[in-house]
Design a protein around this ligand. Structure first.
Ligand code: NAD
Length: 509
């Protein structure tokens, strides 16, 4: 069953760069997809996008990603649209082709199913002409890579209902995206019009030999580009106006708009000479790096930016924060059945680069972080969810002990298994094993085959506290029942030798 409420499955028309990105976005959120793409090579290409996305998403978040949804290739647009809750078209940018695909999907999907197009600029009014129930057609314009960038522009046509736009926006939100619902359709929508303006100007600068492609990219990435990830142009300029604000800024810099700086309407003629210059300079800039290498660098940098923004709670960092909270809530509900089995896997993740010390090894504090995240996950499994916390009850850690067995490095897949050593009404005594490898032992990150080597252990004592009185208090009966279930399921596990160790005690293993 899909962990995303109201989204049993998604039909994808086209499985290229963008269709593959959508597949990854949905599948990694546990949603099944049905893909129609006539290219016989499409499954291989989509697998490659999915592998990149898996790697990226496991680095992006500590939050528990659900078991992956399934990818099924089908033979027609109608089959792709059958039995799903959303159809997302990402075929080549040709109006007639898209109209035919969207109409075929509309014949197969009930009128309640929203049909979205990823088009970068075709108007939804044109796309919906001729299809049945055109009121459910929207443009859902994403950005590459779809599995990392949260923005999706949602645009309706003349016949689209507000309800369809809202439904599409809800679906995108439910898989961690940030829909920007536009009130008006316009060629290129909003984001691509802005990018197009910059692109035209950049081409003029190359054409006039004012700057090379690398110099133009540097002019963005060392300055405005950094700012744009958390503050758009307007807020940035407001600050530039100083205490006097926007009116002062406009008065100061407004007249400059009359100067013949940019040539936004004209485009330089794409002569062979200009194309050769751009291609040659672009080759030099890439310096032999393949597209796959550049994609990996792009994804790693995006993850660093997103995580950085999350730590200050702005822009896309806020979206990531909300998304992670949702993942934790979904995991708490969906993984209750894990309590009756062993091993109780509470964390699966890839060690991020920023965890690594000057010596190339993961800093010891991260072992505690991993184990403590495992305990947090365990608490959600036993019913300490947002509602429970709001009611005033919570467990606080009062003592921890770590052992370090093996080093781990950036990029290693690691997991944490947990057992309950002891508990009573107020106390919970847990033990965790931090091991190499991911859930199912697939490694998942290009080579780490999930060897299960023990990296470290941790032991924690937690006390249940009533936030109202600030004193230790009994946990709720449902939580105590869940703890009993775990004790029963782990009854045959012998007590780990490291349990109860004090610092400096000789190792018994
Ligand atoms: N590339 C981007 O950065 C980007 C960003 C946002 C939106 N878009 C839009 O997404 C759409 C797809 O672009 P892309 O970059 O993924 O292109 P792409 O060429 O990588 O993928 C298109 C896919 O559609 C398949 N296809 C061809 N005919 C088809 C048919 N009749 N039915 C189903 N599939 C068919 C192709 O085999 C290919 O796999 C376009 O509308 C584009 O404007 C692209």
């Amino acid at each position: 069953m899909s962990p995303v409420p109201g989204l049993r499955g998604v039909g994808l028309l086209g499985g290229g760069v963008i269709g593959g990105g959508w597949a990854a976005r949905f599948v990694l959120n546990g949603v099944d997809v049905q893909v129609f793409d006539p290219d016989p090579d499409a499954p291989r290409k989509l697998d490659e996008v999915l592998a990149n996305a898996r790697r990226a998403c496991r680095r992006l978040t500590m939050a528990p990603l659900p078991p992956e949804g399934a990818v099924r290739f089908v033979g027609s647009a109608g089959e792709a649209a059958d039995g799903v809750d959303l159809v997302q078209e990402s075929a080549p940018e040709r109006l007639d082709l898209k109209q035919a695909l969207l109409s075929a999907a509309a014949e197969a999907a009930p009128a309640s199913v929203v049909i979205a197009s990823s088009t970068s600029g075709l108007l939804p009014s044109a796309l919906q002409s001729g299809m049945s129930h055109p009121e459910r057609l929207v443009v859902g314009h994403p950005f590459n890579p779809v599995y990392l960038l949260p923005l999706v522009e949602v645009v309706g046509g003349a016949q689209t209902t507000p309800a369809a736009r809202e439904r599409a926006a809800d679906v995108y939100r439910s898989v961690g995206m940030r829909p920007l619902v536009l009130s008006t359709e316009i060629d290129g929508f909003v984001a691509d019009r802005l990018l197009e303006a910059l692109w035209r100007e950049a081409l003029w600068l190359v054409e006039g030999s004012v700057a090379t492609v690398e110099e133009i990219d540097d002019a963005i990435r060392f300055g405005a580009g950094l700012r744009w990830s958390f503050m758009g142009t307007f807020l940035t300029y407001r600050i530039a106006g100083g205490e006097a604000g926007m009116r002062h800024f406009m008065a100061q810099f407004g007249p400059a708009l009359q100067w013949p700086w940019s040539r936004l309407v004209d485009v330089p003629e794409l002569t062979d000479e200009l194309l050769d210059r751009i291609v040659t300079q672009s080759e030099a800039q890439a310096a032999g790096r393949t597209v796959r290498e550049l994609e990996a660098q792009r994804d790693d940098a995006l993850i660093a930016v997103l995580q950085g923004l999350r730590s200050v709670g702005v822009g896309a960092g806020e979206v990531l924060d909300d998304y992670e909270r949702t993942l934790f809530e979904r995991a708490g509900v969906g993984q209750q059945e894990l309590l009756d089995g062993w091993p109780l896997r509470v964390v699966d993740r890839i060690v991020p680069t920023e965890w690594v010390d000057y010596n190339g090894h993961t800093n010891d504090s991260r072992y505690l972080e991993l184990s403590s995240n495992g305990v947090d996950a365990f608490m959600r499994f036993v019913g300490i969810d947002a509602a429970y916390l709001a009611s005033g009850g919570s467990y606080f850690t009062v003592e921890s002990h770590l052992t370090f067995v093996e080093q781990c490095r950036a990029g290693d897949a690691v997991h944490v298994d947990l057992t309950l050593l002891d508990h009573d009404e107020k106390r919970m005594h847990v033990f965790t094993w931090i091991r190499r490898g991911l859930r199912g032992g697939d490694g998942g990150d290009g080579g780490d085959g999930g060897d299960g080597v023990l990296l470290g252990t941790a032991e924690h004592l937690l006390l249940h506290v009533d936030a109202g009185t600030g004193k230790a208090a009994a946990a709720a009966p449902a939580v105590l029942d869940a703890l009993e279930r775990v004790r029963a399921a782990h009854a045959s596990i012998s007590r780990p030798p490291a349990a109860g160790r004090h610092v400096g005690q000789p190792r018994s293993r």
